[in-house]
Design a protein around this ligand. Sequence first.
Ligand SMILES: Cc1ncc(COP(=O)(O)O)c(C=O)c1O
Length: 358
Amino acid sequence: MRVFNFSPGPAALPLEVLEQVQGELLDWQHSGMSVMEVSHRGKAFEQVAAQAEADLRELLTIPANYKVLFLQGGASAQFSLVPMNLTAPGSLVDYVDTGHWSQKAIAEAVRYCNVHVAGDAGGNYTRVPPQSELKFSDGAAYAHYTPNETISGVEFGYIPQTGGAPLIADMSSSILSRPIDVARFGLIYAGAQKNIGPSGLAVVIVREDLMGRARPETPLVFNYQSVAENHSLLNTPPTFAWYMAGLMFKWLKRAGGLAVIGERNRIKAQTLYAAIDASQLYKNSIARDSRSCMNVTFNLKKPGLDAEFLTQAGQAGLQGLKGHRIAGGMRASIYNAIPLAAVEALIEFMRSFESRHA
Ligand SMILES: Cc1ncc(COP(=O)(O)O)c(C=O)c1O
């Protein structure tokens, strides 16, 4: 029996996509093989790769002067690869610190660059800083931020204006959750295992004028220019993850694209936050204008009940609700594949749990 899976990543995938994969597994495109067993150099896989890129371009309306790269190493590799590919040693770069993942990105960047923290969320990271609090440097090679902090559940409701430096975004937990204006960014990267597909893949969308600056020591397979020139097929890619990402893009297109998905996500998040706000037992600590649409965090006002809450949620078919170990409490990750029915089932369980522990 399938459960409602609120895991933060690897995360739930749409049943429709999983069933398609299952149906195609043993004999993909009449090849007598699974997609995992065919050459990445063959025409059939090249077609998968090209179609996935075309569909992603269409979904995000990616302008022609941007390259789309499919890489390994997850989003964490990009924490190093962004400075390696975009800067010379000692360059000044700006980072906005809004929590765990921005700090991870900063910790890598300081190994390559002179990092200036252009703003932070202050205190315990329960809000994102408004534009007026951001202090970007003159002459920074780029400015980096994390539009959605997956662990605390804070999300920017706006795209920062940097005053000139190309804007770099770690969109791991928010990409494809709603339409975005790609032209506002110099580079966007995302690990796949939330809204793109299975883990093992990272997508980089990079403006062409930012390429060709890689430091000489950058590994060839991580050199954006070389990867782009080779259509991300410099070496053997994670073919299965790429194929599944392609199926996910098709699923999103069938669902009506990002405007439709974005509205669906907004309703899901609003419904869950409203239920939390209306309760006596649950509390969300994030400033209202900074609440994440993808990762809804909440605490039980009686923390002694955490374990019981999780056990009983599991028994009710609701999995993956335990908050990150550094944050504690609960977190419901409600990425694209989570239907409103899952959110409603969670709310019903939360209400019934509360009534039993009033
Ligand atoms: C915002 C954000 N950035 C980076 C990462 C790290 O991703 P990966 O495990 O693909 O390196 C995560 C993982 O959850 C994330 O949520």
